[in-house]
Design a protein around this ligand. Structure first.
Ligand SMILES: C[S@@+](CC[C@H](N)C(=O)[O-])C[C@H]1O[C@@H](n2cnc3c(N)ncnc32)[C@H](O)[C@@H]1O
Length: 176
């Protein structure tokens, strides 16, 4: 479930390069990727991360509070699709790593809430190679969700995009 070490280092490096003020993460799980991104934050930059599975809360908070980034990290427990629209923040960087069936919903929610020139990083966009399967025969909802997301992003003229074929595929999307 968690990002691996190389992806963690890459996420930190993206944060260093982009120098975001507000970072959003969809899907906290253990908090590993949030901590990696927090490492790269500078100045008064803040990271808000969303996790729907409330049994994770104590575990995540323990690691966040024990880290040097406790003041920058904000954990929200609940469905990101409900919580993010209630926040009055325009995001510089978003890392999408929650339910694969909802990637298009996340994308549509995020686009109007991103700053011009902001970046969305979407994880697992090669989905173990399943994205190459015959779509007509494909019944797995997660695979279908990623396939439809990839097609939507590829056809979307509002953004520039590239898929990095590291680990399970990481799509970098920049709002024009
Ligand atoms: C792949 S894990 C995240 C891994 C983490 N980003 C990392 O790399 O360390 C996906 C997480 O998204 C959570 N999730 C799924 N749907 C969600 C939603 N609608 N809102 C918030 N979290 C969600 C799941 O409970 C799960 O813990």
């Amino acid at each position: 479930m968690a990002s691996g070490h190389i992806q963690g280092r890459l996420l930190k490096m993206f944060v260093r390069m982009i120098r975001p003020r507000f970072v959003l993460e969809l899907g906290t799980f253990s908090g590993y990727s949030a901590l990696c991104m927090a490492e790269g934050l500078e100045g008064d930059a803040q990271l808000h991360t969303f996790e729907v599975f409330d049994e994770q809360e104590d575990f995540i908070r323990k690691w966040f509070q024990g880290s040097p980034y406790a003041e920058r990290l904000h954990l929200h427990i609940g469905d990101a699709l409900e919580l993010v629209p209630k926040m009055d923040i325009q995001w510089d960087l978003a890392f999408v790593d929650a339910d694969k069936r909802q990637y298009i919903d996340y994308y549509e929610m995020l686009l109007p809430r991103m700053k011009k020139g902001g970046f969305i990083l979407a994880d697992n966009t090669l989905w173990y190679g399943h994205v190459l399967e015959d779509r007509q025969k494909e019944s797995d909802l997660q695979t279908r969700g990623i396939m439809e997301f990839n097609e939507k992003v590829a056809a979307d003229n509002r953004v520039e995009k590239v898929i990095l074929p590291i680990r399970d595929g990481l799509t970098i999307i920049r709002l024009k």
